[in-house]
Design a protein around this ligand. Structure first.
Ligand SMILES: Nc1ncnc2c1ncn2[C@@H]1O[C@H](COP(=O)(O)OP(=O)(O)OP(=O)(O)O)[C@@H](O)[C@H]1O
Ligand SMILES: [Zn+2]
Length: 444
């Protein structure tokens, strides 16, 4: 298969990302028409996500869907000890691209070119490489019709200059696959092999939490190798289990085993946040809840709007505190105070930050009064004590509200946790359905 032959169907489980890049494909198919419409021409796009989740594959599929050439480069190739070599390679890459437009240029491991470490003494010439890349990106007139896609696992480490408007300014997040996504990825890759009748892809998808798309492709491949080594004509469940264990045994997959053990606790924890959010007036609406790990988080409840809100009422702030408390309180209720995990620490930080701001910045505490406290040092120790007591009181009251609410809605909480264990990711409509006790129509 050449790069041009990849299609969206080859990339599974990232429907949101695919929808977001659709416009890019339209543009590549007919750049001049796009220009006539007066639309803003897309140039740089950043794919952000953990290794092996299909970033490269998605970039290839964009080129494939638009039927345009695909140029691949990896940031680490530009990492040169000799002056000017990296910069020259960048120049050459873009020269080639301009000659072949419309086309896609993909730079994997963008952080290797544009990361913070480029200032380090062992990479003295890397700044030149980055500068050359910036120059190329800014020559948008010549670049018209060239779409530059970068990929990174560490967006925070990118040089700010790279993500400025007109450069890599469209950001698309790709997460680890949930059970449905894993199911679809397994289906795509198993098309190439002959499956025995005893293989259940659904079961395999359920048993592979913590596996990336690349891990799943590897699993199918290893199973096929095992089957053929054993002289079989089809791949059986036994081969799949063998391959799965082999991958799980690998050093990099230790975390997947741990995640599996934590799954139930995570489901109750995230379920706790979500239930409090559902039943507390003033709480932000939920977008989705998931127990698929992302970065250091074991799971999360995504609320809408995530960051655009400019002004908050006291009621909304209290609700946000309660939602943050809901995770830890859920663990307390389910497993007892002595068995709560450290996973709730960022929730406490969030609740505490809100409480502190309410008391010291928003004058939402009668005991402290309408004062804006900017600098801790200027506050008398008496006032400081009042402030700390107020924060404690707000947190304690929030904790108790969340506790009461989760006790009252214990049935819904249990249903939601079970739904999360089964489906891993649920959107708002599905959450509503699950907590009302109705089964979903999908099986994964
Ligand atoms: N979402 C997916 N759907 C189908 N196959 C996938 C998916 N993600 C990964 N794969 C399989 O894993 C292989 C490697 O994935 P890919 O190189 O696209 O990951 P990546 O996100 O670019 O990883 P890295 O960050 O390590 O470069 C793909 O060629 C494909 O076989
Ligand atoms: Zn939490």
């Amino acid at each position: 298969m050449t790069d041009r032959e990849y299609k969206f169907d080859d990339v599974q489980g990232i429907d949101e990302a695919k929808a977001e890049v659709q416009e890019m494909v339209e543009f590549l198919r007919n750049p001049s028409r796009f220009k006539k419409l007066g639309a803003k021409l897309p140039t740089g796009m950043l794919l952000i996500g953990p290794p092996g989740t299909g970033k490269t594959l998605l970039a290839k599929a964009i080129a494939g869907e638009a039927d345009v050439p695909f140029f691949f480069a990896s940031g680490s190739e530009f990492d040169e000890m000799f002056v000017g070599v990296g910069a020259a390679r960048i120049r050459k890459l873009f020269e080639q691209a301009r000659r072949s437009k419309p086309c896609v240029v993909f730079i994997d491991e963008l952080d290797a070119v544009g990361g913070a470490r480029i200032t380090s003494a062992i990479h003295p010439y890397s700044r030149m490489t980055l500068n050359q890349l910036l120059v190329e990106l800014d020559g948008y007139k010549e670049l018209e019709g060239v779409v530059v896609i970068g990929a990174t696992n560490f967006p925070e480490s990118l040089d700010k200059a790279l993500v400025r408007p007109g450069r890599f300014d469209i950001h698309i997040h790709i997460d680890m696959p949930d059970v449905k996504a894993r199911h679809n990825i397994l289906m795509v890759h198993s098309k190439k092999i002959k499956l025995g009748p005893d293989v259940s892809m659904e079961k395999l998808a359920r048993g592979t939490i913590g596996f990336s798309g690349a891990d799943l492709a590897n699993l199918i491949n290893q199973a096929a190798l095992k089957a053929s080594a054993d002289g079989k004509t089809e791949v059986t469940e036994e081969d799949m289990e063998y391959a799965k264990d082999k991958i799980l045994m690998g050093p990099e997959k230790k975390s997947a085993v741990i995640e599996r053990e934590n799954k139930e606790k995570t489901a109750y924890h995230e379920g706790g946040h979500a239930i409090v959010a559902m039943f507390t007036p003033g709480a932000l609406p939920i977008h989705k809840a998931t127990i698929v790990p992302r970065g250091p988080a074991l799971g999360m409840v995504v609320m809408l709007p995530e960051k655009d809100q400019l002004s908050w009422t006291k009621k909304q702030l209290l609700a946000s505190m309660d939602v943050a408390m809901g995770g830890r309180v859920a663990e307390e209720i389910m497993y007892g105070v002595e068995n709560v995990t450290t996973g709730a620490s960022s929730d406490f930080k969030k609740a505490t930050d809100i409480a502190r701001a309410m008391v010291t910045k928003y004058a939402m505490s009668d005991a402290v009064g309408p004062v804006f406290h900017q600098d801790k040092d200027k506050i008398s120790s008496t006032t400081q004590k009042i402030i700390e007591d107020e924060i404690k009181r707000l947190l304690k009251e929030s904790h108790d509200r969340a506790y009461q609410l989760l006790k009252t809605h214990a049935t819904e909480h249990k249903r939601l946790a079970e739904g999360l264990l089964k489906y891993e990711t649920l959107d708002l409509e599905e959450i509503k359905q699950v907590i009302s006790g109705k089964p979903l129509s999908r099986s994964v």
